[in-house]
Design a protein around this ligand. Structure first.
Ligand SMILES: Cc1cc2nc3c(=O)[nH]c(=O)nc-3n(C[C@H](O)[C@H](O)[C@H](O)COP(=O)(O)OP(=O)(O)OC[C@H]3O[C@@H](n4cnc5c(N)ncnc54)[C@H](O)[C@@H]3O)c2cc1C
Length: 116
């Protein structure tokens, strides 16, 4: 890929050809995409991740102050967490999905912590 500086000093791409090979191409660099890329790489795939911006500064996650539902797998704490969300959501939520989110969030955040 080559870039050119115009007289005004703005960078513009004048030609682009970049040949890369991978087993998995992930388009997007938000948490969904980076988890997918990490999981593929962890299983031995050669992965390329592309984002129109920068990982961590583009997409919905970066500006949203996304809160995560990190509740230890203690039955009483999990019950209280789900009961609270059920009420907030007008009792329209499905417990099986809540349990899945709680389990996955707990696992993934602990992984992030382990990685530093
Ligand atoms: C105001 C607000 C508050 C929220 N609060 C919460 C909350 O408290 N808790 C919660 O769980 N969720 C919350 N959400 C929802 C949560 O933020 C999103 O579900 C989550 O961020 C989506 O993550 P993602 O990885 O799927 O997508 P994104 O974070 O949006 O990432 C998409 C990525 O794809 C890239 N991309 C897009 N188009 C292209 C393209 N054509 N080529 C290359 N790259 C591209 C973008 O640059 C970006 O990096 C909130 C959302 C908003 C807007």
């Amino acid at each position: 890929m080559s870039t050119n500086l115009s007289e005004s000093g703005n960078s513009s791409i004048t030609s682009s050809q970049l040949n890369l090979e991978a087993d998995v191409l992930v388009i997007g660099g938000g948490p969904s995409a980076t988890w997918a890329a990490w999981n593929a790489a962890a299983q031995g795939a050669k992965v390329i991740l592309v984002d129109k911006g920068y990982c961590g500064t583009s997409g919905a996650t970066a500006p949203s102050g996304t809160g995560v539902w990190y509740v230890p797998p203690d039955p009483q704490q999990r019950e209280e967490a789900m009961a609270s969300r059920e009420a907030l959501g007008g009792f329209l939520s499905e417990r099986s999905w809540m349990e899945r989110v709680l389990d996955q969030t707990y696992t993934n955040l602990n992984k992030l912590s382990d990685w530093g």
